[in-house]
Write a protein that binds this ligand. Structure first.
Ligand code: ADP
Ligand code: MG
Length: 467
């Protein structure tokens, strides 16, 4: 290997090390660099666990860095070959670092006798985390900037608020952010005890612990042995009173000990149904960050990022086409991209605009969410024979207020707009006003046939304007 390649390798290693020196030293003391030649990077890892960790946490950065430095390798073109061998003769690092670990008496690389246990806990966590759901792979835009910044500071330590409550619709990145927090903490503070759990799993584990008289173990896991608790999809606890009670005490124990808690939900705290007030008020007592439907530019950036991660070559124009067609859910956007790529590799046709248009017509026939807030406002106004200015005015007259509430409800239901966003679209109203409007119409619709008839008539009007 030439000295030039060696220099490039060393520079890329130095850059990657800077991101989290202590963690880098720890993991790369079990990695050996075997060479970098003709677009192939060869490494040896002490065992599979080390290999998988390094692949998930350091490699994307390191490889991108190397690709930028290697003129003859295209982005995404560097191949990595890993060998696993217990004999590491020339580790990349010594495992010693000038950065002070959090617990100075603890060795950075755990002693052999300590390793299996730590490895088990971390392996269990790593097994449930998606290695691609990192902060590096999360595209930040106005719709998610606050949630992203808050998640990042929770990962870095004491964020100054507790809990962090992340609210947002389906497929908008809540779970991605939770995994990103867990990855980052494990990377930067490998000794921290992070528990990531969905509310559903929490419930199941609780029931099992009750049945098998293992509550002490359960409580230790979620209280005394937990430095950071991440609970995904808390709305699942709705109506589950005994689990809510247990979670309430878990929450308090961690909160009193100043240990961060992050919770996600598809609803705002006040909107959670069949959830006791004391839990709702706990959820609202820290920072509430919402994730809204991303704007076009952010969606384009996300689809491009995803294509890069999946090794799919994507024209800018096709990225825009995809982002324009799939508007309200990133999971669906990714699904459309993967389907295009799969179809392209099966048929051998490149993913150009024409191909994407034909395919998108199949995956995304006229979608209900092609209507806009303005379309809904227009349909509501003509149904109730009001002018648009009425709808966004401060007029509290009963009939105007009702029409406004109906319009808010329809926007929320069909477009999945966030409450603050809707507040802005309806004359800069507060998001709590929108929330109670939506809830009111939802309730009325169930029990008042007249309200239901109004809604159906407006929906029909919208459907005919779409065609
Ligand atoms: P949620 O938990 O809110 O339902 P997920 O976190 O599962 O949604 O996200 C759905 C998919 O969309 C995931 O594959 C995730 O990586 C992707 N995604 C969502 N938001 C972003 C973003 N801002 N940047 C990159 N990927 C995103
Ligand atoms: Mg989720």
């Amino acid at each position: 290997m030439s000295t030039r390649t060696e220099r490039i390798w060393n520079e890329a290693v130095d850059d990657t090390r800077k991101r989290s020196p202590a963690s880098f030293e720890q993991w790369f003391s079990s990695i050996q660099f075997d060479g970098l030649d003709r677009g192939v990077l060869s490494l040896t890892a002490r065992d599979e666990w080390v290999r998988d960790w390094v692949v998930a946490h350091f490699l994307p950065d390191l490889v991108a860095n190397l690709e930028r430095r290697l003129p003859d390798v295209k982005p995404g073109g560097l191949e990595v070959r890993f060998r696993v061998s217990a004999e590491i003769e020339r580790p990349v690092c010594t495992g010693r670092t000038s950065v002070r670990p959090r617990a100075p008496e603890r060795e950075l690389t755990p002693r052999r006798s300590e390793r299996p246990q730590m490895t088990q806990a971390r392996a269990a966590l790593a097994a449930v985390l998606n290695p691609k759901h990192t902060f590096e792979n999360f595209v930040v835009g106005p719709s998610n900037a606050l949630a992203h910044a808050a998640a990042l500071s929770s990962a870095k330590g004491s964020p100054g608020y507790n809990p962090l409550f992340i609210a947002g619709g389906t497929g908008l990145g809540k779970t991605h952010l939770m995994h990103a927090i867990a990855h980052k903490v494990l990377e930067e503070r490998p000794d921290a005890r992070v528990v990531y759990v969905s509310a559903e799993r929490f419930t199941n584990e609780f029931i099992e612990a009750l049945q098998h008289h293992r509550m002490d173990e359960f409580r230790a896991r979620y209280r005394s042995e937990c430095d950071l608790l991440l609970v995904d999809d808390i709305q699942f606890l709705a109506g589950r009173e005994q689990t809510q009670e247990e979670f309430f005490h878990t929450f308090n124990a961690l909160h009193e000990a100043d240990r961060p808690i992050v919770v996600t939900s598809d609803k705002y705290p006040q909107q959670l149904q069949r959830m006791p007030e004391r839990l709702v008020s706990r959820f609202s007592s820290g920072l509430m960050a919402d994730i809204q439907v991303p704007q076009l530019e952010t969606r384009v950036a996300i689809v491009k990022k995803k294509a890069h991660l999946e090794g799919i070559e994507l024209l800018d124009s096709v990225a825009v086409l995809l982002a324009q067609n799939v508007q309200s859910n990133i999971r669906e956007l990714e699904g459309a991209l993967i389907r295009l790529a799969a179809k392209s590799s099966l048929t051998g046709r490149p993913i150009d605009e024409e191909f994407a248009r034909t395919e998108l017509a199949i995956v995304a026939p006229r979608r209900a969410n092609m209507v806009s807030v303005e379309d809904i406002q227009r349909a509501v106004c003509s149904h109730f024979q009001l002018s648009n200015s009425h709808l966004i005015s401060k007029d509290r007259h009963k009939s105007v207020a009702f029409a406004r509430q109906v319009a808010m409800y329809l926007c929320r239901q069909r477009l999945k707009c966030s409450f603050p966003e809707l507040g802005r679209a309806f004359g800069n109203r507060d998001h709590t006003t929108v929330m109670s409007a939506v809830r009111r119409v939802e309730e009325l619709r169930q029990r008042d046939p007249q309200v239901n008839a109004h809604l159906e008539a407006i929906e029909e009007r919208l459907a005919s304007s779409e065609n």
